[in-house]
Design a protein around this ligand. Structure first.
Ligand code: PGA
Length: 248
């Protein structure tokens, strides 16, 4: 499976950062064996697509309705209209700061699919849940309730992002990533059959140029969702290079 490396710019980026986006998009030509994209603040998507045709851009959330009286919200159709082809759904920062539940994530994923956006659906345990031995049960429950039954491997990727690894510089052990991704794969296979075996499972949480080779070589790690290290081409490039390297 080709690796999928997606940047998550979170609430960073204004017009003066467009050259950085162009530089990152330019890397995708060098590392053409890897699929790559950046999920931007919605305000930048249309300008980014205008300056860099052919590169994948995404949003970081969408509403579950296509239109309506929802002040401040952005629909999947609006993201498409701006030039996006994917969207992050259910990132832990939205689950925590915006109180999004699995049911919300499920409804948003359906809306994204209906509009034609590839949905990257995020799951992941907190440190407290891992400490009491509940990491796998938490993630599998999120998966069951967040991922719609209509999901398929072209329309949906799963991002496993341990909450305690996001932006902290800490990552799970190689064995823990392997165990969790295997559990997610088994769950997807049980639910979606052969198509579940093809659904990309990304790892996210403090992935960077130093640890990307190790993380991306783990079985069932099909790519990465990258926050901090996606904000400049310098930091993003070694991750793309690791993803693009032939398997050992
Ligand atoms: P990080 O963020 O790479 O800065 O840890 C990842 C994410 O939140 O998707």
């Amino acid at each position: 499976m080709r690796k999928l490396i997606v940047g998550n710019w979170k609430m960073n980026g204004i017009a003066k950062d467009l050259p950085k986006i162009k530089a990152i998009a330019g890397l995708s030509q060098t590392y053409s064996g890897t699929d790559c994209g950046i999920c931007l603040p919605a305000t930048l998507i249309s300008r980014a697509t205008q300056q860099t045709a052919g590169f994948s851009f995404g949003g970081q959330d969408c509403h579950h309705s296509a239109t309506g009286a929802y002040t401040g919200c952005i629909s999947a159709d609006m993201l498409i209209d701006a030039g996006a082809n994917m969207v992050i759904i259910g990132h832990s920062e939205r689950r925590i700061y915006n109180n999004e539940t699995d049911a919300d994530v499920h409804a948003k994923a359906l809306a994204a699919g209906k509009a034609g956006l590839h949905a990257i659906i995020c799951v992941g345990e907190t440190e407290a849940q891992r400490d009491i031995g509940n990491a796998e049960a938490t993630v599998l429950a999120q998966l069951l309730q967040s991922v719609p039954q209509t999901a398929n491997s072209t329309g949906v990727s799963i991002a496993y992002e341990p909450v305690w690894a996001i932006g902290t510089g800490r990552i799970p052990s190689e064995q823990d990533v392997k165990t969790m991704h295997a559990a997610i794969r088994a769950n997807l296979f049980a639910r979606f059959g052969n198509d579940g075996a093809k659904m990309p499972i990304l790892y996210g949480g403090s992935m960077n140029g130093d640890n990307a080779s190790m993380l991306l070589a783990i079985e069932n790690v099909d790519g990465g969702l990258i926050g901090g290290a996606s904000l400049s081409a310098d930091k993003f490039e070694p991750i793309l290079a690791a993803a693009n390297a032939p398997p050992q």
